[in-house]
Design a protein around this ligand. Structure first.
Ligand SMILES: CCCCCCCCCCCCCCCC(=O)SCCNC(=O)CCNC(=O)[C@H](O)C(C)(C)COP(=O)(O)OP(=O)(O)OC[C@H]1O[C@@H](n2cnc3c(N)ncnc32)[C@H](O)[C@@H]1OP(=O)(O)O
Length: 186
């Protein structure tokens, strides 16, 4: 992955919460109307994320026709949103609420509409309230069985997430959402 994002040395290892999902389990949406993971978001990404081993998770997404940017291609903001969401869901393994402060995306290859993407993401470590995450996206075939992480790498990302107190961070905005799940404070 090509990137100028700087991951500091000496990060603390991230700790998986004791009751985190088992590897392979579907990660729940934190908000049914979330553009990234919400099942009820009409034009959303509908990312399907699964817990992995250690501090890793995976996700899959179909590049729908309404995600178009250049002719027949995914919009860059859609890929950025998918990386943001999947790395944010990765942070949920720690059992904290964190928001994105920095998102660095490597648009390595053009991605055509109709492609199916698999995201693999892992938490690199923490420093005080900061959580550093890295992700890659590969093309997979329609049934998702072959290709997998050995399919063509089409993108990569780093994210810096900052742990927040949800009762403070969402204090003023929460009333505007009818759907947010109290479980994830968001
Ligand atoms: C959809 C939303 C759901 C959210 C709920 C989550 C529930 C689970 C969902 C999982 C899936 C979600 C995935 C999507 C996630 C989003 O897209 S979130 C939406 C986009 N992000 C935002 O709206 C955040 C807006 N920004 C902010 O609110 C504030 O800037 C922040 C990020 C909370 C930081 O402010 P702060 O708490 O005052 O932080 P501050 O004390 O200044 O800094 C703390 C540390 O972070 C560092 N830092 C802060 N900002 C930066 C920066 N930009 N660059 C570098 N370092 C920085 C500081 O240097 C400091 O470092 P140290 O001194 O410890 O070395």
């Amino acid at each position: 992955m090509k990137s100028t994002f700087v991951v500091p040395d000496g990060l603390e290892p991230a700790q998986r919460r004791s009751d985190a999902l088992a590897p392979g389990d579907r990660m729940p949406s934190h908000n049914p109307m979330c553009f990234g993971c919400g099942p009820d978001a009409p034009n959303g990404l509908h990312l399907d994320a699964r817990a992995g081993e250690g501090m890793a998770i995976t996700g899959e997404m179909l590049v729908e026709p309404h995600f178009e940017g250049g002719p027949g291609m995914i919009h860059g903001g859609i890929l950025s949103s998918a990386f943001d969401e999947i790395m944010g869901m990765n942070v949920m393994l720690m059992g904290v609420t964190a928001v994105t402060a920095v998102l660095d995306v490597d648009f390595a290859k053009p991605i055509q509409l109709g492609s199916r993407l698999r995201f693999s993401t892992e938490i690199l470590g923490t420093q005080r309230r900061k959580i550093y995450v890295r992700a890659v996206a590969h093309l997979i075939d329609g049934d998702g069985n072959s290709g997998g992480d050995t399919g063509e790498e089409v993108g990569g990302a780093h994210g810096l997430f900052i742990i927040v107190d949800p009762s403070v961070h969402f204090r003023e905005s929460r009333a505007k959402s009818q759907f947010a799940s109290p479980e994830f404070g968001a």
